[in-house]
Design a protein around this ligand. Structure first.
Ligand code: GLU
Length: 443
């Protein structure tokens, strides 16, 4: 699949080199942020240096890029919550799972002893919800840790998925709050019948102690981005329903007490964990795992948050970015009418190069509005497109370049308009002369 896409140049991010160069710049800028505290409630987390910082990404075509400390095993901690929820919905269906857990952000701390009006945990991304989901997986599906690890491995394209027994033991020893939540859930009859609350808690601690690397985690995130099909193996791992639910809840509840702000500013589904990992999904484009241990006051990785913010301030990946008219951001995605194979031959220009979209906008309008000088020069000097085409608002490409302040593009287009008028007049005169000559010789 990868090779055939490579030959046809049909990747979702066609200019991957340029894209990853920008990712590396964002990585470098985030590296400079040196605030935050490494979690120290268990020695297995406290041992990590605050300087560690890694970012891996995997696109839905399986293109990969990693920078920094991306091969070190790290515990998923709360990043496992969306994954275990996805498994539960995949196996049991949404309706069944949501008999036990809500879908609403709690507005409270992730480890609060609190239930919603129906005496259910608020959502699967807080501890109470994840503990109940753990019991559903263990009891109703009769699934053990190794089977969950196998499942996650298939999400990760068979890459690294491990387990830290030391973390599991420490979580168990220091987990008083989680035991309190467990007893509260038991009192309120939140578990399925016959569930063993202590076994559910043990299973929850085990799931938090599953290890990945940034690299394998990014493939898991890419499986979420790719509708449940692992981009590396091509296998369908999760149902479309489970993916949609999981991304929705990550979007609204995934980033602890920063979830609302993150949804507002970054506008992408993500989940972070106390280990400093952030699992980020750009639906239909790519999955990312960032990791850096120092956490901010909300419990999110300082560098991870900084990176996510930079990503959407540069690329139009925010869920509500207007892909068509937001000229200030760069869209690295393959455009739907991109046909790079035929575009590389001038003789095929008549199709995509002169086509207009439903707003009657031509490629020259888009290139001018976004200030892409290379594209403007290509369309004018090589394709010799008509610069006078008006879109449905009556704007020509030069109007767009003016509106968005691309002064150099404006002057290039103005010169081209003049040249185009002259050459049009000249070819008109030539046509007339040829017609007269034909008439004369006929006479
Ligand atoms: N083991 C942690 C707990 O349940 C997970 C914390 C987290 O990553 O948010 O308290």
């Amino acid at each position: 699949m990868l090779l055939s896409k490579a030959f046809k140049k049909k990747f979702i991010i066609p200019d991957f080199e340029k894209f990853t160069h920008q990712i590396d710049n964002m990585y470098d800028r985030a590296l400079k942020h040196e605030t935050g505290q490494v979690a120290d409630y268990i020695p297995q987390l406290a041992k990590f240096s605050p300087d560690l910082w890694g970012v891996s990404l995997c696109t839905i075509d399986g293109q990969r890029h990693s920078v920094g400390d991306t091969k070190i095993p790290i515990c998923l901690q709360s990043c496992v919550k969306p994954l275990e929820y996805a498994i539960a919905v995949h196996e049991l269906g949404s309706e069944h799972v949501h008999r036990y857990v809500g879908k609403e952000p709690s507005g409270l701390k992730f480890n609060q002893l609190s239930l919603n009006d129906e005496d259910k945990p608020h959502n699967p991304m807080v501890n109470a919800g994840a503990i109940v989901i753990s019991s559903l997986i263990k009891l109703l599906l009769n699934v053990m840790l190794l089977q969950v690890m196998d499942f996650l491995k298939s999400m990760a394209g068979t890459e690294y998925v491990g387990f830290s027994n030391a973390t599991f033991q420490s979580e168990r020893e220091t987990g008083d709050r989680n035991y309190a939540i467990g007893y509260y859930l038991k009192e309120k009859k939140c578990f399925p019948d016959n569930a063993d609350m202590i076994a559910a808690l043990d299973f929850y601690f085990q799931l938090c102690s599953i290890e990945v690397t940034c690299e394998s985690g990014s493939v898991m995130a890419a499986t979420l981005a790719n509708g449940g099909i692992c981009p590396i193996t091509g296998d369908r791992v999760l149902s479309a329903e489970s993916i949609r639910n999981t991304l929705s809840l990550m979007h609204s509840c995934g980033m602890y007490d920063l979830s609302g702000q993150f949804a507002f500013h970054v506008g992408l589904p993500a989940k972070s964990g106390v280990s400093g990992a952030v699992l980020l999904v750009v639906p239909n484009v790519m999955g990312v795992m960032c990791w850096s241990p120092p956490l901010d006051r909300t419990g999110n990785s300082v560098r991870g948050i900084h990176f996510c913010q930079e990503l959407v301030s540069h690329f139009n990946f925010h869920h509500y970015d207007n892909l068509r008219h937001f000229a200030k951001k760069y869209d690295p995605r393959r455009q739907s009418n991109d046909d790079p194979v035929s575009n590389s031959h001038t003789k095929s220009f008549n199709h995509s190069t002169f086509e207009r979209d439903y707003d009657s906008r031509t490629p020259l309008h888009v290139a001018a509005a976004e200030g892409h000088m290379d594209a403007v020069l290509f369309l004018t000097e090589i394709c010799k497109v008509n610069p006078h085409m008006k879109d449905r608002w009556g704007n020509t490409p030069v109007d767009d370049a003016m509106q968005f302040g691309h002064d150099v593009v404006v002057s290039v287009l103005q010169k081209y308009e003049e040249k185009y008028c002259d050459s049009e007049a000249q070819s008109h005169a030539e046509e007339q002369k040829a017609m007269l000559d034909t008439l004369k010789s006929a006479a």
